[in-house]
Design a protein around this ligand. Sequence first.
Ligand code: UD1
Ligand code: UDP
Length: 358
Amino acid sequence: MISIIVGTRPEIIKMSPIIRECQRRDIDFSLLHTGQHYSYEMDRIFFEELNLPVPDHHLDVGSGSHAGQTGAIMSGIGRVYEDERPDMVLVQGDTNTVLAGSLVAAKMKVPLGHVEAGLRSYDRTMPEEVNRVVADHVGDWLFAPTEKARENLLKEGIDDSKILVTGNTIVDAVYQNLEMAKENGDALKIFEVRQKDYFLVTAHRQENVDKPDKLEHIVSALTEIHDRYNLPVIFPVHPRTRKMIDQFQIPVNGINLTEPIGFFSFLQLESEARLVLTDSGGVQEECCILGVPCVTLRENTERPETVDVGANCIVGTEPGRILGGVQDMIGRSGGWSNPYGDGTAGVEIVGCCMNQAI
Ligand code: UD1
Ligand code: UDP
């Protein structure tokens, strides 16, 4: 039996192709939700849209400090596994849910598969970098999305026999849902925008939004972009960011700040945007897959493939650099190749689990 762990928005989306494949092959699996994300629009909406099963276990850990949240998830998963004793565990990405799930699996000697292994920003000040390094080093199967991710793992002395390059399951998720999103959705109408005639923004990285000066720089750059290009700027705002905008009393002008939106609406808006500004990992990948130019509001990326193919540029949070990045990227045609695979990562990962683990 495979225990599939999820906790946050991107994990639910990126695990969905693996869950679907387990269902298709009638494989015995159990879904464990840590509850790291819990607001309807960060959690349940994705289960509904992606038609995912109700989790077999829900830990309801909620928000907290890194140590408190990681510890609570570890205790919760430990309790579940005392009874459930899975044959293997799958985690995805680089969140505290992943860190906790990986450590529990390793301590309880349950084989661990890490989906999206080998990504490196080489910036240990990011909590996500610590989480992904730990998961990779205690993991038994490392499902790397690209050759570059595989090379990162090899450089750290990880044995090649543990690594399988599969592509990223986000390609599967995009291919499986984009048409339906476009056919059934009316996000452009709701936001009163026209194809290729607006900017889309997301930002939630702790190192960006928890710092008043950085968050203020980002918001003022967005206002300037709106003024300069005379185009709508849509910003579905992550709850962490909303909290910080309120706390720091940052004035928001010329930006359509909305609640986070579902995956279908987001995919629709993303695929038709003139350009996307983001500090999200998954959004950098999706823009690259969808052929939409991306400007990344960070000093580094663990997704360098997006920059290498010409889909993305890394500009940090200084307004001048953000505006320069937009100017550079806005004319790009989107004809680059997709480095993240052909949309069969979920099938490959589940196939590997069945051949090797059970
Ligand atoms: C987490 C991950 C990050 C990932 C992101 C995806 C870690 C260390 N961080 O960051 O890698 O990119 O999820 O979105 O695991 N909140 C709500 N409702 C929710 C969830 C959060 O209101 O459903 C608010 C709370 O005020 C909370 C804050 O957002 O304190 C931050 O949530 P948390 O899960 O700690 O980190 P994220 O910023 O979401
Ligand atoms: N996303 C969404 N609604 C939004 C913003 C993002 O459905 O309002 C999706 C997006 O399509 C992508 C994922 O959320 O698949 C990215 O999650 P996030 O940026 O929270 O986390 P990260 O990828 O940075 O870990």
